[in-house]
Design a protein around this ligand. Sequence first.
Ligand code: MG
Length: 159
Amino acid sequence: MKIKIGIGYDIHRLHEGKKLFLGGVKIPFSKGLTGHSDGDCLIHAIIDALLGAIGEGDIGQYFPDTDPRYRNIQSTKLLEIIMDHVRKKGGSIHHIDCIIIAESPKIGPHIAKMKQVLCPLLQIQTNDLGIKSKTNEGIGSLGQGEAIAAVAQALLGLE
Ligand code: MG
């Protein structure tokens, strides 16, 4: 079995009147992430890390933002499709580690729920998924609360 590594990054703008989804969990907040899908930058970063680990491009190539089928789609659905693809390629996940960068709201109280949603989709145990959160110390657009970003790294075994 070959060991493969992938990295993913994503950022979405925050806007009033949108629902906030991160890691497949709806988080109570006055703003939400805009995007062609539900804007879940954590799941998008994980998808890019998985695609990177199997050497296959990025999320935009699989789910173009010009395709009406993916408008407002839940990112958990996109992750299901990518996991099918990873399995067909003989891939299985050993570990994923992630960072969410958000000035607000507080992410910590929602991490356990995110793991509950994501681990079954990723077919890993809760201790095979790390999710951490940081603020951007008030610096730049992330620090001003204009956007939320996420970074993910995935370690896969490939048959
Ligand atoms: Mg995205």
